[in-house]
Design a protein around this ligand. Structure first.
Ligand SMILES: [Zn+2]
Length: 292
């Protein structure tokens, strides 16, 4: 089973975080159109996790995706990293996003992904909030060390049931591959850009479960230079030293040339389904129960 997911925030993030560059909006529109056309052509339905912050001004983005039959999930409201927020802040953010998206599409929102997979040992209470907001499926667990969250000892790399203090969530963790004795997340982000398509596709072919995850911004060349200290600190909520800023810049831009085409080729090579469809296909009485 291969699941196809996109995290959609670019229009909102451009306005609030990336510098509101006027030329970027039509560019994002055009890449989204291409993605939707390709998925139509291949008869693929995916899950698009959208930030609630798109609803006031960029509702058209979500409507376009929903109109083509894809599942709309929630990717928070403001795209703030959850591990830098309090319980009350995450609760308010999630409620606002779920309400806004549900009102817009006229359908329940049942799937969630945290910005930058920012759930970890320190904020497991996010699962309580998700359950409280009517979320049934989560795709935020990164079963390895990570800067903004991650569970280094998570006992499952395939779909499982998370139980946190009686709150139940169906979890779809990020899938990992063994590379030189290291577990790496090969099906999205920087590693997707770094590894050859052949490697990624063959990993998916031999795995019982895989989940591809993309941001449009991760797949297209970026004209923007290194963030200013102010921009960096407001986005990452950590010290914006020159080293930190350059490290992030290199990480975020490595292998961007050709990444969009690689994503398109992968969709041509593999069969993908949405989280909603995967949920139906899984026999949940037979999966691991994870008490965290
Ligand atoms: Zn995101």
């Amino acid at each position: 089973m291969n699941i196809l997911t996109y995290d959609i925030e670019e229009w909102f993030a451009e306005e609030t975080l990336y510098g509101d560059r006027k030329e970027k909006y039509p560019e994002y529109d055009q890449y989204l159109s291409q993605i939707l056309d390709i998925l139509d052509e291949k008869n693929v339905i995916g899950t698009f996790f959208c930030v609630g912050g798109l609803v006031p001004k960029y509702d058209d983005v979500i409507k376009r995706i929903a109109g083509r039959g894809h599942e709309i999930g929630c990717h928070s409201n403001q795209h703030h990293f959850l591990n830098k927020m309090s319980y009350e802040e995450v609760l308010a953010d999630t409620k606002e996003a779920v309400d806004a998206i549900e009102q817009l599409i006229g359908k329940k929102v049942l799937s969630y992904r945290a910005p930058a997979f920012s759930i970890g040992e320190s904020n497991k209470w996010v699962f309580d909030i998700l359950a409280e907001c009517g979320i049934e499926r989560d795709a935020s667990v990164f079963p390895a060390e990570r800067d903004f969250g991650g569970f280094s000892n998570f006992p499952s790399e395939t779909p499982c049931i998370i139980n946190h203090e009686g709150h139940i969530i169906k979890e779809f963790p990020i899938c990992m591959a063994n590379v030189l004795n290291k577990r790496v997340a090969y099906s999205g982000g920087g590693y997707f850009r770094f590894f050859p398509l052949m490697f990624i596709s063959s990993q998916m072919s031999k795995s019982k479960y895989a989940m591809a995850y993309f941001h449009i911004g991760d797949l297209i060349p970026e004209s923007k230079s290194v963030m200013t200290r102010e921009e960096y600190e407001s986005y990452f909520k950590e010290k914006g030293s020159l080293i930190n800023r350059y490290k992030r810049f290199i990480k975020a831009n490595l292998g961007k040339k050709g990444a969009f085409d690689k994503m398109v080729s992968l969709i041509g090579k593999q069969t993908f389904i949405s989280l909603e469809e995967a949920d139906k296909q899984i026999d949940w009485s037979n999966v691991k129960q994870v008490n965290i």
